[in-house]
Design a protein around this ligand. Structure first.
Ligand code: NZQ
Ligand code: ZN
Length: 394
């Protein structure tokens, strides 16, 4: 593929970053046009931490009325989205506010789009671009999915447990409040899964056939290196604010696509992972910890110099010009070792899936989500190839 491609990039989200920023939630809702709000949140962490109360007080202070819908589960389900759409229509909601992680945000995005769409919101998760939605705001509590700055939403449909993505500029939040302190209550496993997801968003963009994209290559490498630097600190001390802050901003930068513009991106690993979390309900980032090294191993020969470059620049493996494959392999092993050191799993079994799930997952990865029988762009993988990658995870 020739050099850097033409692109448009519009990232309209207003970010308020740092300690205590959630106290201004009401002000931002008002600024971005909200007067009647749906507050959408997950399984209760925001109640236990007192964050939900603080957010409500902030809305009260601006005289903004609201209704609430909690109960979003990780790997958010379509059932609650339908409930949210009904509630928004009945209550004449004009702004959807997510308080929580990627799951609460993605569910909020689905509700925001579905409320103003006459058809079934699921159409958007079968390939229809999202061209309109109610405005969305977020108060983020975990650095991971990057949904706070992305135009994407991932929802699981209960019938058939289909985990699918929708995309459209209308899904980019109007504002996102990023207070790293809010992530200090995360259990280590969720922290590590979040870091893995951030790294995966960078790697999905790094593996490209587009030539001469040094600027984005270097930004990606820098962000990966900062994750390698910060992750052990936050695993050792969950209250390390500076490490939390660096990771939280990296999560946004990794996925609002500033690192992906002008270059082909891969995304096979995400498709392969979504099938695992659909089957086993594992944390998305934990799934990626198992998928990504296996995918890297399987595709290594496609452009061994790119794999070796990553190993050398990011993992510090000496470049063996006589045998770049050895360098590439050393990089993959360094990645595996890092993931293990932060408590991430290494096999399908640890995620709650097994060899028996592979035929279904491989088929669904290639043919679901509007797929035409393959996944990935850097390397195009058919069902047989995806099956082999799943087998590497046993
Ligand atoms: O539900 P609660 O009680 O809030 O608990 C959550 C949940 O159990 C907990 N948690 C979150 N913040 C916390 C906390 N616990 C204590 N203290 C806090 N501060 O963590 C658990 C995981 O939360 P979740 O929102 O599911 O995490 P994440 O942000 O990793 O989101 C994962 C979802 O995002 C999708 C994934 O597929 C998955 O469904 N993705 C969305 C993307 C996007 N929209 O752009 C891109 C990603 O690639 C990803 O696919
Ligand atoms: Zn992800």
């Amino acid at each position: 593929m020739i050099g850097m491609e033409n692109f448009t990039f519009f990232s309209p989200t207003y970010f308020a970053f740092g300690k205590g920023q959630e106290k201004d939630t009401g002000m931002y809702v008002k600024r971005f046009g909200g007067s009647r709000v749906l507050i959408h949140y997950g399984g209760g962490s925001v109640i236990r931490s007192g964050l939900l109360d603080r957010v409500k007080r902030s809305l009260d202070a601006e005289g903004i009325s609201y209704v609430e819908l909690g109960g979003v589960q990780p790997n958010p389900r379509s059932g609650l989205v339908y409930q949210g759409i009904e509630l928004c229509r009945k209550e004449k909601v004009d702004f959807v506010l997510a308080v929580g992680g990627g799951s609460a945000i993605d569910s909020a995005k689905a509700i925001a789009a579905g409320t103003v769409y006459e058809g079934d919101f699921w159409d958007y998760y079968q390939g229809k671009p999202v061209d309109q939605a109610l405005p969305i705001g977020t108060v983020l509590t975990i650095a991971a999915a990057g949904s706070e700055g992305s135009p994407d939403s991932v929802i699981t449909k209960e019938e058939g447990m289909l985990k699918r993505g929708a995309t459209g500029e209308a899904l980019r939040p109007a504002f996102s409040i990023l207070n790293p302190e809010l992530t200090q209550t995360l259990p280590p496993y969720q922290t590590a899964a979040g870091i893995t997801d951030i790294m995966a968003h960078l790697l999905e963009r790094y593996f490209t056939n587009t030539k001469d994209v040094e600027t984005t290559d270097r930004v990606i490498e820098g962000l990966l290196m900062s994750m390698i630097h910060e992750a052990p600190k936050v695993i050792a001390d969950p209250n390390d604010y500076q490490a939390r802050a660096n990771i939280m901003w990296a999560g946004m930068l990794a996925h609002n696509n500033c690192c992906g513009v002008g270059r082909e991106q891969d995304w096979a690993s995400h498709n392969i992972e979504h099938e695992i979390s659909a089957v086993s309900d594992c944390a998305h980032g934990a799934g990626l910890a198992v998928v990504f090294p296996a995918w890297m191993r399987y595709t290594m020969h496609h452009n061994v110099m790119r794999s070796a470059q990553l190993a050398n620049r990011v993992w510090g493996c000496p470049m063996d010009f006589a045998d770049p494959e050895a360098t590439a392999k050393a990089g993959i092993e360094a990645f595996r070792g890092f993931l293990k050191s932060i408590g991430m799993p290494g096999t399908l079994a640890e995620l709650g899936a097994s060899a028996e799930d592979i035929p279904h997952m491989a088929h669904s990865a290639c043919y679901g989500n509007g797929g035409k029988g393959f996944v990935g762009n850097y390397v195009t993988l058919n069902e047989e190839a995806v099956t082999e990658i799943y087998k590497l995870m046993l």
